[in-house]
Design a binder for this molecule. Structure first.
Ligand code: SAH
Ligand code: SF4
Ligand code: F3S
Length: 440
C-alpha cells in the first residue's frame, strides 16, 4: 500500500450544543479521516456536510431545520454532496429528520458515530443510512487512536456520558442514554496522547462528570492520576451535579496543584418548591453549603452556574429565592435560560409561566449575574495571573489566553509561544475579557 495516491474528500462539520459535542465532532472527523475525508472550514465546495446537533431547547432544535434548508443550495450546486445529521437531534428525531428533509443522507446518534465509516459506504452506494442505537460496545474502542498532528493547547476529553438524573425539564437522559464511564486506563492513555501533541490543559467532560466511576475510581482519583502526567499543566472538569459531589473531589481543589480553581455547578433555581418540581433532589440550602465547602478548600475558586427561569409553577416568590441564592453565592460566571418545554419530558405537561414574565425574570437575573461577574473582574485589575497562551490576538502585538479562572486574557506582547504559561498583570477589565501586560 502506498500513500502517494490518496483521494481526499472535503468534510465540513458544524457543531451546536455543549462541549461534549465539540469533542464528538473532533472524534467524528478522526473517524471519517480514515475514510479519506479532510475537514474544511466552510461548507462551500464540501463533499460532505455533517451537522452535530443539540436538542436541549426548542430553538436549538428548530435551528437545525432552518440550517438544513440553507444547505439546499449546496446540494443543487453539487448533487453528489452528502448531508448528515449527528448528535442529540438525530437521536431524538431519527427518521423524522429524513421525512422533513429528504435531502438528508445520514442520521447518526451520539453513541454510534464509530460506525460512520461503514455508514458512509452505504451512503456512497446511494442509500440512506440511519443508526440511533444505544449499542453494547463502547464507541471509543472502535475509534482511531488520537495520534494526529500538534494541536491547540486546550482540549476536551470525554470521561463519562449519559445521565440517570431525569430532571423534569431535560432531554439529555433520552438523547445520551444512561450513565457510562470510560476506564481510567483508556482516559490516561488518551490524555498522554493529547499531551504528546502539545496539549497543556485538559477539560474532562461528562453530562454528570462527578458521577464518574470507571473501574470504581472516583473522579478525584482520576484527576490525581492525570496530575502525574508530565507536560500536562491544567486539569478542569465539567459539568457536575450537586448530589454526586464527593469529599475527595472537594478536597482535591485545595491540594491538587494542576486542578484549576473553577467550578461549574448548576443549581437551576433557588426555590425549594421549584427544585422539587424539577426533580433536582436537593435543596437550595444544600447547594449553598456545598459551595461553602469548596471555598473552604480553595478560597479563590470561581463559581459558575446554570439557571432556568419560568419553569412551570415558578411564582414571584420562587424567582426571588433564586435571586437571593445568586446574591449569597456570588457567581463569577453563569448561563441562564428561559424554560423551554421539551416533548417527552414530564414538565412539558405542566402549565407554563407566560413568556412576558419569563422574559422579564431572565433579564433581571442576567443583570445581577453581570454585576457580579464585572465586580470580580474589576477586583483583579492590578493583580498577577497565570495565562495559558492559546493564540495570537486580532491586533498585532497581542496574545490571547486563559487565566486559571478561565477568564480570557488579552496580553500586550509580541509573538510568544502558543501553549506557554506566562505571568501577566491585569490592567483593565472589558465585558468578556481582561487586558494585561507581561508581569516582570
Ligand atoms: N448535565 C448538565 C447540563 C445539561 S444541559 C447539568 O445537569 O447541569 C445545560 C443546561 O441547559 C442545564 O443546566 C439547564 O440550565 C439548561 N436546560 C436544560 N434543559 C432545559 C430546558 N428544557 N429549558 C431551558 N433550559 C434547559
Ligand atoms: Fe439534564 Fe438534569 Fe441530567 Fe443535567 S442532571 S443532564 S439537567 S437530567
Ligand atoms: Fe445539547 Fe446534547 Fe449537549 S442536547 S447540550 S448537545 S448533550
Amino acid at each position: 500500500m502506498t500513500d502517494t495516491f490518496k483521494n481526499t474528500k472535503k468534510l465540513y462539520i458544524k457543531t451546536y450544543g455543549c462541549q461534549m459535542n465539540v469533542y464528538d465532532s473532533e472524534r467524528m472527523a478522526e473517524a471519517l479521516g480514515a475514510s479519506g475525508y479532510e475537514t474544511v472550514d466552510v461548507p462551500d465546495g464540501a463533499d460532505m456536510i455533517l451537522m452535530n446537533t443539540c436538542h436541549i431547547r426548542e430553538k436549538a432544535a428548530e435551528k437545525i431545520y432552518s440550517e438544513l434548508g440553507r444547505y439546499k443550495q449546496f446540494k443543487r450546486a453539487n448533487p453528489d454532496l452528502k448531508i448528515g445529521v449527528a448528535g442529540c437531534v438525530a437521536q431524538a428525531e431519527g427518521e423524522e429528520i429524513m421525512r422533513r428533509q429528504p435531502m438528508v443522507d445520514l442520521v447518526v446518534g451520539p453513541q454510534t458515530y464509530h460506525r460512520l465509516p461503514e455508514m458512509m459506504k452505504q451512503v456512497d452506494a446511494g442509500e440512506k443510512a440511519l443508526d440511533t442505537d444505544f449499542p453494547e460496545e463502547d464507541k471509543f474502542d472502535h475509534l482511531p487512536n488520537r495520534q494526529l498532528p500538534k494541536r491547540a493547547p486546550s482540549a476536551f476529553l470525554t470521561v463519562q456520558e449519559g445521565c440517570d438524573k431525569f430532571c423534569a425539564f431535560c432531554v439529555v437522559p433520552y438523547t445520551r442514554g444512561a450513565e457510562v464511564s470510560r476506564t481510567p486506563e483508556r482516559i490516561i492513555r488518551e490524555a498522554q496522547e493529547l499531551v504528546d501533541r502539545g496539549v497543556r490543559e485538559i477539560n474532562l467532560l461528562g453530562q454528570n462528570v462527578n458521577a464518574y466511576n470507571g473501574d470504581d475510581w472516583s473522579l478525584a482519583k482520576l484527576i490525581w492520576a492525570l496530575n502525574d502526567i508530565d507536560g500536562l499543566e491544567r486539569i478542569r472538569f465539567t459539568t457536575s451535579h450537586p448530589n454526586d459531589m464527593t469529599d475527595d473531589l472537594i478536597e482535591a481543589h485545595g491540594t491538587c496543584a494542576k486542578l484549576m480553581p473553577y467550578l461549574h455547578l448548576p443549581v437551576q433555581s433557588g426555590s425549594d418548591k421549584v427544585l422539587k418540581g424539577m426533580n433536582r433532589q436537593h435543596t437550595a440550602e444544600q447547594y449553598i453549603r456545598l459551595i461553602e465547602r469548596f471555598r473552604e478548600a480553595r478560597s479563590d475558586i470561581l463559581i459558575s452556574g446554570d439557571f432556568i427561569v419560568g419553569f412551570p409553577g415558578e411564582e414571584d416568590v420562587d424567582f426571588n429565592a433564586t435571586m437571593d441564592l445568586i446574591r449569597e453565592v456570588n457567581y463569577g460566571q453563569a448561563y441562564s435560560f428561559k424554560y423551554s418545554a421539551r416533548p417527552g419530558t414530564p414538565a412539558a405537561e405542566r402549565a407554563f409561566v407566560s413568556a412576558e414574565v419569563a422574559d422579564e425574570r431572565l433579564q433581571r437575573l442576567q443583570a445581577l449575574i453581570t454585576t457580579q461577574q464585572r465586580a470580580l473582574q474589576e477586583s483583579m485589575v492590578g493583580k498577577d495571573v497565570d495565562v495559558l497562551l492559546e493564540r495570537k490576538g486580532r491586533l498585532t502585538g497581542q496574545m490571547v489566553g486563559k487565566s486559571q479562572h478561565l477568564h480570557a486574557v488579552h496580553i500586550t506582547a509580541d509573538d510568544l509561544e502558543i501553549g506557554r504559561i506566562v505571568r501577566a498583570r491585569i490592567t483593565n477589565s472589558e465585558t468578556n475579557s481582561l487586558g494585561a501586560i507581561l508581569a516582570s
